[in-house]
Design a protein around this ligand. Structure first.
Ligand code: PEP
Ligand code: MN
Length: 362
């Protein structure tokens, strides 16, 4: 059956507006058989809304598999025909936008290595002028929200109305648990800046490994993300790119069943009354905390005056060590983590130093 233009649009629209939106497919399209079998096994789970596959792969070093190129686009077209799943592909140049659209790709995405580069984002945006296609924008590899927001603005100014965000974590030097540090607070800040904009999480590129995919996806759902993009492969260990983080379509289905799906809100009066009461208590405590911190800063300023009159340095390491050690000991007893207390005390200390600095140099 031929799908008409309006029919096609409504299928893509339905997927785009579905919550949670689940996108899956291989890191890279490798062969026609691999793309089609992945799509069929994903479709069979009944839990996936859109098929992803990398056609052009931006690789960190030359000599790695750089994607099958435009020759893989008809495979995606065929996979869509067989399964009804709309498709999405990463684009980084004007030519790639053109090729993807020629072969009927339904949703385009801008990759993390492209979002960092305003020249590339602008080139993609220029190629999108006059076209009606939804675009997903991954966060840049470096933790710079202005670049992420800038990319949204460039694509939006090109006339694209359906724009969504993909949080895939940020590069960091050295070994951590994650391939790309999630820095959840940045995604939360982006949500605050772009209210109502679709934002999904990509735990595959955050984790870089399978064993922590589920807990990362759960965290995203707990933080009210609108969906997930998770890489899947029919033979993950032998994938041509990102082998360590890919899972089979069947494992994906299991994982999606294991996730506890949460709602942002429920329509229950008792729930809201209980919540309001607790929030009232929190507001009250926050007020008191602010008052106390303000008092503490006042005392720090007084100390600053004494130091100024006696020509003593602001920072006295031994005193600071004593405060930190005491706080950490106390934290354990109060059920507060050492990490939190250290961060909190550091922030208080920096503010005290700034205040004393002002007193001493005014
Ligand atoms: C990908 O999705 O396969 C990819 C290259 O991701 P990112 O741009 O997040 O590195
Ligand atoms: Mn990948």
């Amino acid at each position: 059956m031929e799908t008409t233009q309006t029919n096609k649009e409504s299928i893509v629209n339905a997927a785009w507006n579905k919550r949670p939106l689940i996108i899956s497919g291989p890191c890279s399209a490798e062969t026609e058989e691999q793309v089609i079998e992945t799509a069929q096994r994903l479709a069979k789970t009944g839990k996936v809304d859109m098929l992803r596959a990398g056609i052009w792969k931006p690789r960190t070093k030359p000599g790695m598999f750089e994607g099958i190129g435009a020759k893989g686009l008809p495979w995606l077209q065929q996979a869509k025909k067989l399964t009804g799943l709309p498709t999405t592909v990463e684009v980084a140049t004007g030519k790639q936008v053109e090729d993807a659209l020629t072969f009927d790709v339904d949703v385009l995405w801008v990759g993390a290595r492209t979002t960092v580069n305003p020249f590339s984002v602008q080139e993609v945006a220029d190629a999108l002028r006059g076209v009606k296609v939804p675009v997903l924008i991954k966060n840049p590899i470096n933790p710079d929200l202005e670049l992420w927001q800038g990319a949204v603005e460039r694509i939006s100014r090109a006339g694209i109305n359906d724009i969504g965000l993909i949080h895939r974590g940020f590069s960091s030097y050295g070994n951590t648990e994650f391939r790309n540090a999630p820095m959840w607070h940045l995604a939360i800040e982006m949500k605050r800046r772009m209210p109502g904009m679709l934002i999904i999480n990509d735990p595959s590129h955050i984790c870089g490994r399978r064993d922590i995919l589920l807990s990362t996806a759960q965290k995203a759902i707990d933080l009210d993300f609108d969906g997930l993009m998770i890489e899947s492969h029919i033979d993950p260990d032998n994938a041509w790119s990102d082998a360590k983080q890919q899972i089979t379509p069947e494992r994906l289905a299991e994982m999606l069943d294991e996730i506890i799906w949460r709602r942002e809100d429920v329509q229950s009066e008792t729930f809201h009354l209980a919540l309001d009461k607790l929030r009232e208590q929190i507001n009250h405590i926050d007020d008191e905390l602010m008052q106390l911190i303000s008092q503490r800063m006042g005392i720090a300023e007084k100390i600053g005056e004494y130091k100024k009159n006696n020509n003593v340095t602001i920072l006295q390491s031994s005193r600071w060590n004593e405060i930190i050690e005491k706080s950490i000991k106390k934290a354990g007893k109060l059920n507060l983590s050492e990490e939190f207390v250290t961060k909190y005390m550091d922030a208080i200390h920096m503010e005290s130093i700034n205040r004393q600095n002002r007193v001493m140099n005014d």
